[in-house]
Design a protein around this ligand. Structure first.
Ligand code: HEC
Length: 151
């Protein structure tokens, strides 16, 4: 692409695309090494918007990016007590199947923070990352349960 001959600061139409997408693009006749610092005002907005959007995406992804398939794999470490299907194998351990995802996340994080303590769980959660917690919660929450109340 060449922009030679077009009067600045009015950008040619193609440059509009550059602003949204390519970072660090510069034309051959650009005397400045970093266009985002030296070009006119029309460039300053896009990086800010892009940064804001990626910040939002980052924030939401760290909060709720639970992956059911990954959680299924990680849940193998929990099956001795909570069962492969989320139904408890131990009288002391609760069923995890179908529990609300936010509740599972909060419970696991409470154990991790030491707010909630249990001889077994406090030990188990030491191995878990934020991503593990999100994946495990997504997996157990996705298990469908059917219930039958006693007569
Ligand atoms: C050695 C047995 C054992 C293992 C392994 C184990 N847990 Fe637990 N878990 C327990 C027990 C016992 C409790 C009940 C704790 C209490 O009474 O506060 C519990 C409680 C929980 C709770 C709280 C649920 C609620 O309804 O309050 C969650 C969530 C949980 N476990 C998730 C996991 C996950 C995820 C794993 C695997 C990474 C795991 N546990 C592995 C024994 C175990």
């Amino acid at each position: 692409m060449t922009i030679t001959g077009l009067p600045l600061p009015v950008p040619p139409p193609e440059r509009g695309r550059d602003r949204e997408g390519v970072i660090g693009h510069r034309s051959q006749d650009d005397p400045h090494p970093n266009p985002s610092l030296f070009k006119g005002r029309e460039r300053t907005c896009a990086p800010g918007v892009a940064a804001a959007i990626s910040l939002i995406l980052f924030a939401t992804s760290t909060l709720a990016a639970g992956n059911v398939a990954a959680g299924r794999q990680k849940a193998l470490a929990c099956q001795t007590c909570h069962g492969l299907d989320g139904l408890s194998k131990l009288p002391e351990a609760p069923n995890l199947a179908g529990q609300p995802e936010p509740f599972l996340i909060n419970s696991l994080n409470d154990f991790r923070k030491g707010v909630r303590k249990n001889d077994m769980m406090s030990l188990v959660v030491q191995q878990l990352s934020d991503q593990d917690v999100a994946d495990l919660a997504a997996f157990y929450a996705a298990i469908e349960v059917s219930l039958k109340a006693p007569k």
